[in-house]
Ligand binder design. Structure first.
Ligand SMILES: [Zn+2]
Ligand SMILES: [Zn+2]
Length: 256
């Protein structure tokens, strides 16, 4: 199972892209602006999209993808989201005002987009590639994902602030090789991080201390706020050097 980072920034501009991961050639985990870098032929091959939450930086490419490849495919794209998240996306995006409702196009019997409900702790197995929602704590209903291939696992937190239930789930994973965790803000923005339910370095350090794995998984930081990436990483490196956390980059490839 190959995981390629298409986007891992908190914003856009220049080379920055918002959150998305391409799994092999046919699955997306989140669908931020990074999806737009795929070739048309690659977009046509996407069969499954897993969504952490409804915020625009994680879903913006779903409506555009649907419109782009609709007509080139003879099977639906499956969108995996919790009931709460799907309700938000359905009523606020696919409502014929922001975008046409691709769950009834071309008709209700054979729609182009099909929602698949997922729940925390329940694994979706797609040909041996396993996706299990894990808890997250954000301003809207949100989850992270435990991704498991044949040889190892990764946890992607999605957007979250302090979340003990997440670490309860993560500490039960015995083949955890990689942890991709958000740190959206710098320490100067602690209050903003708390209000928007993200992490800043001081909160990140408290969270990483809850991880019981020995050896630790390789830890990558995602969702850095544009213009603050260097300061956030400096704060993490100076106060949390023992976690050896590195910034996640576009194009990074993980084999699981
Ligand atoms: Zn968010
Ligand atoms: Zn986000």
């Amino acid at each position: 199972m190959r995981v390629k980072v298409l986007g891992c920034s908190g914003g856009i501009g220049g080379i920055l892209r918002t959150t998305s991961f391409l799994i092999d050639h046919d699955i997306l985990v989140d669908a931020g602006t990074g999806v737009g870098d795929l070739l048309f032929e690659q977009l046509v091959e996407i069969d499954h999209i897993f969504i952490t939450h409804s915020h625009l930086d994680h879903i913006t490419s779903i409506p555009l993808l649907a419109d782009t490849v609709f007509g080139m495919r003879n099977k639906p794209v499956h969108v995996y989201a919790t009931a709460e998240t799907w309700e938000i996306i359905k009523s606020h995006i696919f409502n014929w005002k922001i975008w046409p409702d691709f769950t009834v196009i071309p008709d209700k019997i054979n729609p182009f987009l099909v929602w698949k409900e997922i729940r925390i702790g329940e694994t979706v197995n797609l040909g041996g590639r396993k996706f299990t929602p894990v808890p997250a704590n954000h301003v809207v209903p949100a989850i992270g994902f435990h991704l498991e291939g044949h040889s190892s696992s990764m946890v992607f937190t999605g957007d979250t602030t302090t979340c003990d239930a997440l670490w309860d789930a993560v500490n039960r994973i015995d083949n955890l090789k990689y942890l991709v965790i958000e740190t959206a803000f710098s320490n100067a923005e602690l209050e903003l991080a708390k209000m928007s339910k993200h992490l800043c370095p001081s909160l990140l350090i408290e969270e990483l201390a809850k991880l019981k794995h020995n050896p630790r998984p390789r830890t990558y930081i995602t969702h850095l706020k544009p213009g603050e990436g260097e300061i956030i990483m400096r704060e993490i490196e100076s106060d949390a050097y023992e976690f050896n956390a590195r910034p996640l980059y576009n194009g990074h490839i993980f084999e699981l």
